[in-house]
Design a protein around this ligand. Structure first.
Ligand SMILES: [Zn+2]
Length: 83
C-alpha cells in the first residue's frame, strides 16, 4: 500500500502554512485535509474543495523541504555551505 500525503506548503496561502498530512488511504487523507482546510484555512466543506484537495494528493511521504522554497544552485552546485 502506498502512503499518500498532501503538503499545505504547496497551497498558495497568505498564512504560509507548513502543515503536511499523510495517511494510508485517500479517504483518511481527504477527511484530514478537509478538516484542516476548514478549521485552519476557513474554507467551506464542499465537493469542489474535496476535488481540489484530491488533486494535490501525492504518493510517498512529505519532503523535508518545502517545494516552493527550492534553492537555486543547491542541487549539484558547488556554492559555499550556508553557515
Ligand atoms: Zn494548512
Amino acid at each position: 500500500m502506498t502512503r499518500k500525503f498532501i503538503d499545505c506548503r504547496e497551497f498558495p496561502s497568505d498564512m504560509h502554512c507548513s502543515v503536511a498530512i499523510s495517511a494510508d488511504s485517500e479517504e483518511e487523507l481527504l477527511q484530514a485535509a478537509v478538516d484542516h482546510a476548514v478549521s485552519v484555512h476557513h474554507h467551506s466543506d464542499s465537493p469542489e474543495l474535496r476535488q481540489q484537495l484530491r488533486q494535490l494528493f501525492k504518493d510517498g511521504m512529505p519532503p523535508e523541504h518545502p517545494p516552493l522554497r527550492a534553492q537555486p544552485g543547491s542541487a549539484g552546485g558547488a556554492g559555499p555551505r550556508a553557515h
